[in-house]
Ligand binder design. Structure first.
Ligand code: FES
Length: 117
């Protein structure tokens, strides 16, 4: 419903920045069957090996001492959004995502990645 309403507001000329939504969900599990992935953070020049135990990309970056923006950690504020320069990600919850980017607080790698972070 919120996605549909957001789309209708955008179609009527409302700025995306002026549309606020809030979702409530239960904590999600990261499947432990996912393969480890190499994640490169282009701005810092750092590289980590992500595993399902690493958590989200934001969790993994923070554990490695790589600073990324964050606010809500629930996929709402979008302050953790980074460009995906290469590779594939999946989001663990329904988020309003711009193609070519990911919300690191909700994202996990599906392949080796390069992020603009
Ligand atoms: S920290 Fe708010 S959307 Fe990721």
């Amino acid at each position: 419903m919120m996605s549909e309403l957001t789309g209708q507001l955008l179609a009527r000329g409302v700025n995306r920045f002026d549309i606020f939504t809030e979702e409530f969900f239960t904590e999600v599990d990261i499947p432990d069957t996912l393969a480890p992935a190499t994640v490169r953070f282009a701005r810092s020049g750092r590289e980590i090996t992500w595993t399902p135990e690493s958590g989200t990309l934001l969790d993994a970056a923070e554990a490695a001492g790589i600073p990324l923006g964050s606010g809500c950690r629930t996929g709402v504020c979008e302050s953790c959004r980074v460009d995906v320069r290469g590779g594939q990600v999946a989001h663990l919850s329904t988020v309003d995502n711009t193609p070519g980017t990911c919300l690191t607080c909700q994202a996990i790698p599906l392949s080796d990645l390069e992020l603009d972070g």
